[in-house]
Write a protein that binds this ligand. Structure first.
Ligand SMILES: Cc1cc2nc3c(=O)[nH]c(=O)nc-3n(C[C@H](O)[C@H](O)[C@H](O)COP(=O)(O)OP(=O)(O)OC[C@H]3O[C@@H](n4cnc5c(N)ncnc54)[C@H](O)[C@@H]3O)c2cc1C
Length: 440
């Protein structure tokens, strides 16, 4: 079987890796950029690599672990530490009981709610953390346990339907609203949006209890050569490294798949799309158009700069929708003045279209950094990512995922990558692994 893979980000490259492991060795990976890695992008500056895209993993990233082990890469990057600041730049850790003794009762309630949520996730919402979204809106679960053992499970748990609710509604339903306080920094500041807009399924499948615990304990992986180096190494080890600078003008899909790229036609039996699905003109079947036009995304900006050394920080005040355009966190990877530091800014979702004029000017963010006493010597880059493709709660509830999963394979085509699971390295690699197990 000859297979075309579109996109050489984590999803596409891991797809090739898992296909090879399953004995499928005749494939071609098409990548439109001049490099692999997609949103795992680690440019060089002053002899070191900084992170313009993905930064970190956790020990429960089992699919990524399989890949880094295969590539002989260790999580050998700088330790991640951070402080909390308010929007005026003052240091204020709202999670520290010694700094906020007046909140002692609130902390006690929060602790109770955290325990309750932990209990609910292992009982009422058992199997909430299975990769992907197959059947969830109907109260079904299909896949492999997310505990490192990867036991195959299929079944019915009607409570899982609650995962289609916006996350704040889900918390309200279960009387555990305070816990949003703990989940917010690694969700909203990482560009994934606000809890009143995003289905609970995305929040909990990404920030499952294990992942959140690792985050709170600072038990995190970073990589000295950057996350991109994982996928560059994987690409080199594949039987067929990705073809770069590919401009695909058309993909004809009948009994065979004919990919026309850079003016050259190649014939395949199957095609696997791992790149964003909402912008591909050749996904032209009516049911594809109907589904993929519903995909939403975030405009998430990364401002890289050099300047006075400071600590990485979060700004909780800026993680609300009325503070779009403000810095939500800053990552000081090497803590040296002449190394790149990176600030993260949520602009808006796609309602107003792709990034335009107003986003090319990071003046609000630069103003914030000055307030926080970052002495910016040089702005290196300002990149706005097409980020976190997702669907809204109503479409989730109406069975969007069941529809798309039901057409997997129908047009000799398979769909993987972020929208099918979640926008992080491990979820997309795990989805690729399971897609190969299901269909190949
Ligand atoms: C700022 C930022 C911070 C992040 N932090 C983390 C983190 O700390 N931890 C974590 O796990 N994840 C993080 N992520 C998310 C993670 O990087 C992504 O979820 C992951 O890279 C998704 O992999 P993918 O292959 O599905 O998509 P992508 O990485 O987007 O790759 C898609 C690939 O397809 C290519 N492509 C697109 N269109 C075409 C076409 N028409 N033809 C051919 N090729 C095409 C693209 O060029 C790209 O190479 C972060 C991302 C960003 C931007």
């Amino acid at each position: 079987m000859r297979i075309a893979i579109i996109g050489a980000g984590p999803a596409g490259l891991s797809m090739a890796f898992f296909l090879e492991k399953a004995g499928y060795t005749d494939y071609v990976i098409y990548e439109k950029e001049d490099h692999v890695g997609g949103k795992c992008h680690s440019p060089f500056y002053n002899g070191k690599r900084y992170e313009q895209g993905a930064i970190m993993g956790v020990p429960s990233y089992y699919a990524l672990k399989e890949i880094i082990d295969y590539c002989d890469i260790k999580p050998d990057g700088p330790e991640l530490k951070w402080v909390y600041r308010d929007k005026n730049g003052s240091y204020d850790d709202p999670y520290n009981i010694r700094q906020h003794p007046e909140n002692i009762e609130e902390f006690a309630e929060l602790r109770k709610e955290m325990l309750k949520l932990k209990e609910l996730l292992s009982t009422k919402y058992r199997y909430y953390d299975i990769n992907g979204h197959r059947g969830v809106s109907k109260g079904e679960y299909h896949g492999y346990t997310n505990d490192g053992l990867r036991t195959k499970v299929d079944g019915y748990n009607p409570n899982l339907k609650d995962l289609a609710l916006p996350y704040d509604r889900f918390l309200e339903l279960n009387n555990i609203e305070r816990t949003s306080y703990i989940w917010k920094p690694p969700f909203t500041s990482f560009g994934y949006g606000y809890f009143n807009e995003i289905p609970a399924a995305y929040v909990l499948k990404y920030l499952d209890y294990q992942t959140l615990t690792s985050f709170n304990k600072r038990d995190l992986w970073t990589f000295k050569e950057g996350t991109q180096s994982i996928f560059e190494t994987l690409n080199k080890k594949l039987l067929h490294p990705a073809l770069l600078n590919q401009n695909i003008s058309y993909i004809a899909r009948n009994n065979k798949v004919i990919v026309t790229s850079n003016g050259k036609e190649e014939t395949f039996d199957k095609v696997i799309f791992t790149c964003p699905l909402s912008h591909l003109p050749y996904l032209d079947k009516e049911e594809e158009i109907e589904c993929f036009r519903k995909i939403r995304f975030m405009n998430y900006a990364v401002l890289s700069f050099t300047g006075k050394t400071e600590e990485s920080y979060y700004v909780l005040d800026n993680m609300t929708s009325d503070r779009l355009g403000h810095v939500m966190c800053m990552y000081d990877r090497f803590k040296e003045d002449n190394q790149a530091k990176v600030a993260y800014i949520l602009l808006n979702n796609d309602e107003y279209g792709l990034p335009d004029r107003e986003y090319t000017n990071p003046s609000t963010a630069i103003g914030d950094l000055k307030t926080f006493n970052s002495d910016i010597s040089e702005t290196l880059d300002y990149k706005v990512w097409y980020y976190f493709p997702h669907i809204i709660p109503k479409d989730y509830q109406d069975g969007w995922y069941e529809k798309v999963e039901s057409i997997q394979g129908k047009y000799q085509s398979y769909y993987a990558g972020e929208i099918m699971s979640f926008g992080n390295m491990d979820e997309v690699c795990e989805y690729s692994r399971q897609l190969v197990m299901r269909f190949f």
